[in-house]
Design a protein around this ligand. Structure first.
Ligand code: FAD
Length: 648
């Protein structure tokens, strides 16, 4: 580009020398200026295909799906967190021809996706599947909003960007359940470091960067903006005996309180699986095709030589009523539609509980009782407080002239000065991971009841607390009219489980989702402990001066600490919401008769040529945030498959 600038200056110099100011010279300099602008602002164009005629065979056409043109070695269904990772890694082998089919479009240039604070604005847009749960019997019968992303990057394009990966014990538990040591933390850990590029920060010198990944495609670090209230939250947690930790993802496990590392890069932009893995260099590979606006409606099967159903391709379309297309997979189909869509796609394809499929008139290819079962999600309860210093980021939804001035300043800082500022906040800036049976935090004199231990190991947590720089309701649809601050607690290891079920055999009708929140007493009791702890934290020295505890308006929680356990339980049942982490609906495990859907190499039981790779395969939900494990399982599967195909 330096050359281009020099060339341009030379042209201008020459052009404006006396005697050179002619219409022609003006034309030349105009063209040079246009060229310079193009050079400066030119962004490499991603190579995504939205014309599906270029990807597959129209079902109505008279060509055959066996044409070489419509055949790929591996077809990946869903370009989400795991899907983009797989597509990128598998296509590193030039001998593997990969097709990635994604229902949505690109999130790369979508400002609300790339700006750390923007994701809430996408929840009620075309980029998100607008799920609502079934009425939650144990949560006052309410139907809860459940956003799942519909775009490349999947939920990594709309999530809160908190990079905590779970506890080491979680993966040891996976390994022991699946009967495969390769999932144990001591082995699986390397896939977290494979996807990660950890950016150390001088303010956090005690984080051991040598145990973090330093050359993966996914940038994680400290580039998000952190509010002073969030820093006070960390100190307040220490006051109630939660130990400070330097690194949630380090060798000492995940217990403790700290600032969260985030999936935000040094230009203050969200890092998604699309931006990290589908780089222009990757997209330039001849053996990788990425099709967007391509919703897969079913997997196609034939009978193998061994008389077993074999996945040989998929059918897909742009929308209901638009032409349908088919493509063939010479080697395998991998479903990466996420915890809701993967069991849905399997069910539509005839793989699931036989009676349920037959009820919807779907021909059974393989009776697998676990498809869609064991749905588990992290339920969260929010608490709202008045911000005493009137310093919150309420102005992001401006109501007054002053709000607009502040918002304009934030936009200038982020988009023009490029120094981050308030728009680089990710909301979940600090967090604490604790055990509900920790006697230092919950002394037995005050909390005598022994609750069921649902953690994965002695040093794994079952509660997470975090704060946000302002309060909201209904996933950001409703804001308060005063400056606020919020504390949140969620269950990391709930014992309540539910299911994803078909509503019909129409692939365009979203399935029913029912997490059965709070259907066990244990879950409610642990949340009561968590709420009590948050209310205590709000009144500790570091936080109390920031919160206006005299502001006892009914819609805020300054008097909640005075309530009985029964009253808190009622509040929890009223307020519980998703923290967006559904898993386990195509569980990895040893026994299909017991509800397991894939084996430890993620192959679907009872059929050939079909795998699942995304949050649905988690045998147990991790005690933390779920995106990291989705990256890591895809990194592992890509390595395993390349080894199987002799190309590792
Ligand atoms: C609002 C929100 C906040 C979150 N915050 C965090 C956080 O801070 N930290 C964290 O670690 N985790 C967070 N999570 C959870 C985490 O992002 C997800 O668990 C993870 O990204 C899921 O990855 P996946 O590969 O299983 O599915 P996804 O990433 O959801 O990918 C599924 C993809 O499949 C596509 N698809 C679906 N059906 C079809 C079809 N029929 N045909 C073709 N394509 C299809 C979808 O469009 C999507 O792109 C959050 C999630 C949400 C929604």
């Amino acid at each position: 580009m330096a050359n281009a600038v020099q060339d341009f200056l030379q042209i201008i110099r020459v052009t404006f020398e006396p005697g050179y100011l002619t219409p022609r010279s003006l034309l030349v300099s105009g063209a040079a200026l246009a060229l310079l602008i193009r050079l400066v602002f030119k962004r490499p164009r991603p190579r995504y295909i939205s014309n599906l005629d270029k990807v597959g065979r129209r079902v109505s056409s008279n060509t055959t799906a066996r044409d070489e043109k419509w055949q790929y070695d591996i077809i990946i269904v869903g370009g989400g967190t795991s899907g983009c990772t797989l597509a990128s890694r598998l296509s590193e082998d030039p001998n593997i021809r990969v097709l990635l089919l994604e229902a949505g479009g690109s999130g790369r240039a979508l400002s609300d996706s790339r700006t750390p604070i923007g994701y809430g604005a996408l929840f009620f847009s075309k980029y998100v599947y607008p799920f609502r749960t079934e009425p939650q019997a144990a949560a006052n019968g309410k139907e809860k909003f459940w956003p799942r992303a519909k775009m490349l990057g999947g939920c990594s394009s709309i999530n809160a960007q908190m990079a905590q990966y779970g506890a080491p014990g979680d993966f040891d538990q996976w390994a022991s359940y699946a009967g495969d040591k390769s999932w144990a933390w001591s082995n699986f850990f390397r896939y977290f470091t494979k996807f990660e590029k950890f950016n150390p920060h001088p303010d956090y010198p005690l984080v051991d960067a040598t145990v973090r990944g330093n050359s993966g495609p996914v940038n994680v670090g400290y580039f998000n903006t952190v509010t002073s209230a969030s820093k006070a939250f960390v100190k307040a947690c220490v006051e109630v005996n939660i130990p400070f930790t330097h690194d949630f993802n380090g060798p000492n496990g995940t217990l403790g309180v700290s600032r969260t590392v985030t999936y935000v890069d040094k230009k203050y932009r969200r890092v998604s699986s699309e931006t990290a893995y589908l780089t222009p260099e990757v997209l330039a590979r001849k053996n990788l095709t990425v099709a967007v606006n391509a919703t897969v409606t079913r997997v196609l099967f034939e009978t193998s030589e061994a008389g077993v159903p074999r996945a040989v391709g998929v059918e897909f379309a742009n929308s209901d009523g638009s032409p349908r297309y088919q493509v063939r997979a010479k080697k395998e189909v991998i479903i990466s539609g996420g915890a809701i869509h993967s069991p849905h796609i399997l069910s539509l394809s005839g793989i699931g509980p036989a009676a349920h499929l037959q009820k919807h008139g779907i021909q059974v290819i393989k009776d697998l009782s676990g498809v869609g079962q064991n749905l588990v999600d992290h339920p969260v309860v929010d608490m709202y407080f008045k911000d005493k210093l009137n310093n919150s980021a309420k102005y992001l939804r401006p109501k007054s002239f002053l709000d607009r001035v502040k918002l304009t300043s934030a936009i200038v800082q982020y988009h023009i000065l490029r120094i981050g500022g308030p728009l680089a906040m990710n909301f979940g800036e600090s967090a604490a991971f604790i055990r509900s049976d920790d006697p230092h935090i919950f002394p037995s004199q005050i909390f005598p009841e022994k609750l069921l231990d649902s953690t994965s190991a002695k040093d794994s947590p079952d509660l997470e607390l975090f704060c946000t720089p302002f309060a909201y309701k209904e996933h950001g649809r409703v804001f308060f009219d005063v400056d606020t601050f919020a504390l949140h607690v969620y269950l990391l290891r709930p014992t309540s489980t539910g299911a994803v079920l078909l509503k019909s055999s129409n692939p365009w009708q979203l399935p029913s989702v029912n997490p059965n929140y709070l259907s066990t007493e244990e879950d409610v009791k642990k949340l009561v402990r968590g709420v009590r702890l948050c209310l205590q934290i709000a009144r500790t020295k570091p936080l109390a001066p920031l919160l206006d505890h005299e502001f006892t308006r009914a819609d805020l929680d300054h008097e909640l600490h005075l309530k009985s356990d029964a009253e808190l339980e009622a509040l929890i049942r009223e307020r519980v919401e998703t923290v967006y982490h559904p898993t386990t609906t195509c569980r990895m495990g040893p026994n299909p008769e017991n509800g397991d859907v894939v084996d430890s190499r993620l192959r679907v039981y009872g059929v050939e040529g079909l795998r699942v790779c995304d949050a649905s395969i988690f045998p147990f939900i991790v005690s933390g945030h779920t995106a990291g494990a989705c990256y890591a399982i895809a990194e592992k599967l890509a390595d395993d498959m390349k080894a199987e195909y002799g190309s590792a």
